[in-house]
Design a protein around this ligand. Sequence first.
Ligand SMILES: Nc1ncnc2c1ncn2[C@@H]1O[C@H](COP(=O)(O)OP(=O)(O)OP(=O)(O)O)[C@@H](O)[C@H]1O
Length: 239
Amino acid sequence: MITLRHVTKMYGARAAVDDLTVDVRPGRVTGFLGPNGAGKSTTMRILLGLDRADAGEALINGVRYAELAWPLREVGAALDARSFHPGRTARAHLLGLARSNRIPLRRVDEVLTAVGLESAADQRAGRFSLGMGQRLGIAAALLGDPAVLVFDEPVNGLDPEGVRWVRDLARSLAAEGRTVLLSSHLMSEAQLTADHLVILGRGRLLADAPLAEFVASHASLEDAYLALTADAVEYGAAR
Ligand SMILES: Nc1ncnc2c1ncn2[C@@H]1O[C@H](COP(=O)(O)OP(=O)(O)OP(=O)(O)O)[C@@H](O)[C@H]1O
């Protein structure tokens, strides 16, 4: 369970996240949507202790990230496909994370296999393609067998097989009763993956609803999303 209560983050005079209150519940995939600059990454970074909120609180299973004794065992996150030391091998990266969180080292080979990186385990991660980097990030997120998973644009850079794999993985993690929060700009993919949607615009909550309910009176999620966010797009290209 992820609990956000009145979370606000200012950059100068501007709120990147503006009084955001929402619960992200276990047992379903929650799609986290919103236009460029809406505040999705900032929210995830606050949740994971990488940024500090100016007001409000962000809790994982009732506890702030900074107070988790072994964070990787509570919450797994894949935020940035390049968040590893480029000179380290995939295996060394994961072994370091496992040791620092007292996770059994056999988990490293398990997650390398789960993400399809076993044959690349001893390559330097700096040489990985974008998609391989995504897979390594997801391996790190799964390492501690956490009940809460946060994925920021996880299919970015993945090939079609990888896109389907992430979709099936997210759905199976939710089916196991875990909390899965997944941001995406791909409405077709979100429609296939998410059970529930949380949509931001200019840092504010625009929708918190089951996918089926949100899409109900539109032809597709894309149509429903574009109608909802039309006034919240800041960086739209000229038509
Ligand atoms: N370190 C920072 N300094 C100043 N402004 C920032 C910083 N990080 C984010 N912002 C601003 O906060 C707002 C929200 O950005 P954020 O990256 O959270 O949006 P997002 O929804 O993840 O966007 P995208 O879909 O483009 O990744 C934007 O206006 C952005 O310019």
